[in-house]
Design a protein around this ligand. Structure first.
Ligand code: ZN
Length: 80
């Protein structure tokens, strides 16, 4: 694995990392056409730099909420 320096704080960061573990600044060199790149683009669309893990947990939370809501609606509808 390659170490590069963070553009914001010059901390040594793995080139595999989506963002700097020290300051959270996105590491541009990590965008290499993988799934993380898509997550980073989504974060950029949102207007703020969201780390891939934060965005993933956010998406997971929304998906979980929708699933629970769907189950509840199904139970309510089938109950009457
Ligand atoms: Zn940094």
């Amino acid at each position: 694995m390659t170490l590069i320096s963070c553009p914001a704080c010059v901390h040594r960061v793995s080139a595999e990392a989506a963002s700097c573990p020290s300051c959270g600044h996105p590491v541009a060199a990590s965008v290499s056409g993988r799934g993380e790149g898509v997550m980073r683009v989504l974060g950029g669309v949102a207007g703020t730099y969201i780390s891939a893990t934060t965005l993933a947990s956010l998406v997971l939370g929304v998906v979980m909420f929708v699933c629970v809501a769907a189950v509840l609606i199904t139970l309510i509808l089938s109950g009457r």
